[in-house]
Write a protein that binds this ligand. Sequence first.
Ligand code: PEP
Ligand code: MN
Length: 264
Amino acid sequence: LAAQSHPNHQTIVKISEKVAFGGEELVIIGGPCTVESLEQMEIVAQKLSTASIQGLRGGVYKPRTSPYAFQGMGEEGLRILARVRSHYNMPVVTEVMSISQIEVVAAHADMLQVGSRNMQNFDLLKALGQAGKPILLKRGLAATIEEFVMAAEYILSHGNPDVVLCERGIRSFDDYTRNVLDLAAVAALKQITHLPVIVDPSHAVGKRELVAPVARAAIACGADGLIIECHPQPEKSVSDARQALSLEDMVRLVDSLKPVAKAV
Ligand code: PEP
Ligand code: MN
């Protein structure tokens, strides 16, 4: 179902009245790694809504490496997301880590994210086939392109046609960047599937000063959009502080994509 059956067929995944992945327009999603407060999300949404940034991100169920690290605001965070979503008329993307979270997340968000660590959580993927919401499927930390496409196949074959693939870097021997961004995978996925493909440069590089150049390269490679972490006070982010852009840098980056997008 994920495979490209006839040349140049492109699936469009619509997440709100005005925002759709896979069409003419690049879709840019911005926001913090973690939802921290209503005030934080209001500041983010206020700033991003004035730029060409169509959607908001923010985790409320966080897959943290350490069980002692902040695990996310949970339902209170979902209510914050729903508030800014309606106030600023911006669709919201947030992660769902387990089957038991699907219903409540689907009630508050426009798109459900499957994080890297869950890319092969097959029971979760099957359940998301019935979630009735578009899915943002992130590539596993060490998943091959074939495994990534097969993970999408689980969601599609269980009844949900609205899947967007997200390349976010894979583990390799070099730890200078947090992960190694596989840009060839973006081009390959565009050829072998009909699904929209976006890139998360933030988790790929892990360092804010590398996010912008890599984001531009992703667009040059044919990505349909980007999901980028930004924060009103980047160095104070409760998670992934090192890779968070300031809101000003986020807007500047998005402006710099326009000539690249035009050239592709
Ligand atoms: C995230 O988007 O905040 C996240 C945890 O990403 P990934 O699953 O790609 O590590
Ligand atoms: Mn993060």
